[in-house]
Design a protein around this ligand. Structure first.
Ligand SMILES: Cc1ncc(COP(=O)(O)O)c(C=O)c1O
Ligand SMILES: N[C@@H](CCCC[NH3+])C(=O)O
Length: 419
């Protein structure tokens, strides 16, 4: 969280202007205190439940951020062997890791089994069969949940809605029922969990309740048929406030809905929040390169671009933008853009801001989730730096990539091979 002490803008007790001068821009800065406060808030809402919070690593997979999760005994929800590797590096206990995603390869399954992860959230029959084969070859038994597609409209952006029948995620109830009925055919997979995740940036409880009710009804049906369910994973998706007026669901209200829908369930409840734990803990620090006249508004050209923060280009997402210098200035309306050669490289259109000059330092808010983790080197722009701030101190948790590092691994075609 930012606070203003006199004219010095502080973020977790660190002077942001001084920080930017030290580490350069563009740089992501994350507040450790804010992340800890979010973790505490969620854990206290879950008091009395047999619950495990598996942080969705994709939201922000910096090892230092994952380490904060590990320090609070959280698990992780992963979607690749790369994320597995990061979580293990950060000290997250393997038994607290769940593995989701429609495209897990046999090799990734092998890696995850060797590491001893807690559970695979399976999303297709083919995946179940592949996991059976991999686990059998390793002479082990994999624990698994079936990811149900509850066919619920999550009322979020279409690109991040995952719980409609037409989405690629999960399986329908008939298919899931069939897996349980034929579980004996998969002796190396212990199928004793249910999983559902209907989408991200959810700001309404109604679709969450609807999905939970469908999961609960299926759990009752399976229980009555004699299938023991040891774990119900309700996924993630809790939204945050990007823009004034948005009203996120409170953690207590969310957990109350879970308690109500799954009353009587005495197995392990798993939650997979990503964005809610980290989004508001992050800002992207960027400087104005220049101001260019435009047909409608002047263009404010920043040194950050869509390769650093993709959300505005991909989802037309709103992020508050604010100059770090707290001096009062007249207002001006800008199109805020980056240097990348695409018209879509636009952070905001017709945004009214205090008048800016070349060299000014700006903060793009609420970028702790799906910011750095979705960055690329498009236009051969090295990845931004990341710093973790904690009570007046900062640590560089990802050095700015150099041009040499960016092209490491590439070379002219000197050695040709035939297959
Ligand atoms: C399976 C799964 N779990 C958890 C999450 C985390 O979502 P969020 O960051 O919205 O909490 C996602 C992403 O939407 C997901 O696909
Ligand atoms: N990347 C998305 C969220 C997708 C969630 C992953 N399943 C965002 O920035 O909002």
């Amino acid at each position: 969280m930012t606070s203003r002490a006199g004219s010095v803008p502080l973020f977790d007790g660190v002077d942001i202007a001084a920080l930017a001068s030290r580490v350069g821009t563009p740089t992501y800065a994350y507040s450790a205190s804010t992340i800890r406060a979010r973790i505490d808030e969620l854990l206290s809402a879950l008091t009395g439940l047999n619950a495990l919070v598996c942080y969705a690593a994709k939201a922000n997979s910096n090892v230092a951020v994952l380490q904060l999760m590990a320090e609070h005994e959280l698990g992780a929800d992963i979607v690749s062997a790369g994320e597995l590797w990061r979580c293990l590096q950060a000290g997250i206990r393997p038994g607290r890791i769940v593995f989701s995603g429609v495209g897990k390869t046999a090799e990734e399954m092998r890696e995850a089994l060797a590491a001893g992860i807690g559970r695979f959230n399976l999303e297709s029959r083919d995946e179940l069969e592949t996991l059976q084969a991999v686990a059998a070859s390793m002479n082990t038994v994999a624990r698994a949940a079936v990811r149900i597609n509850p066919d619920v409209d999550a009322r979020t952006h279409a690109k991040i809605s995952t719980g409609r029948a037409e989405n690629k995620f999960g399986v329908g109830l008939d298919e899931a029922r069939d897996w349980f009925d034929h579980a004996a055919g998969f002796p190396n997979v212990r199928l004793d969990g249910l999983h559902a995740h209907i989408g991200s940036q959810l700001l309404e409880l109604a679709p969450i309740r609807q999905a939970l009710q469908r999961v609960a009804a299926f759990w009752h049906e399976l229980r009555d048929a004699g299938h023991a369910i040891a774990s119900i994973d309700v996924g993630g998706g809790l939204g945050v406030r990007y823009r004034e007026g948005e009203r996120p669901i409170a953690a207590v209200g969310y957990v109350a809905a879970i308690r109500e829908a799954l009353a009587g369930f005495d197995g392990r409840l798993v939650l997979e929040p990503g964005r809610w734990l980290v989004a508001e803990a992050g800002v992207l620090l960027t400087r104005v390169i220049r101001i260019k006249p435009g047909a409608n508004h002047p263009f404010l050209v920043l040194d950050a671009a869509m390769n650093d923060l993709l959300r505005p280009s991909l989802y037309e997402a709103w992020h508050d933008i604010e100059p770090v210098d707290a001096q009062p200035r007249p207002l001006e309306t800008y199109d805020v853009v980056g240097p990348v050669c695409e018209t879509g490289d636009t952070f905001a259109r017709a945004r009214t801001l205090p008048r800016c000059n070349a060299g000014d330092l700006l903060m793009i808010h609420t970028t702790g989730a799906y910011g750095a983790s979705m960055a690329s080197t498009y236009n051969s722009r090295p990845l931004a730096a990341e710093v973790l701030l904690d009570s007046g101190r900062y640590a560089e948790v990802r050095r700015r990539q150099t041009w040499q590092e960016m092209i490491a691994g590439e070379q002219a075609a000197r050695h040709w091979h035939t297959t």
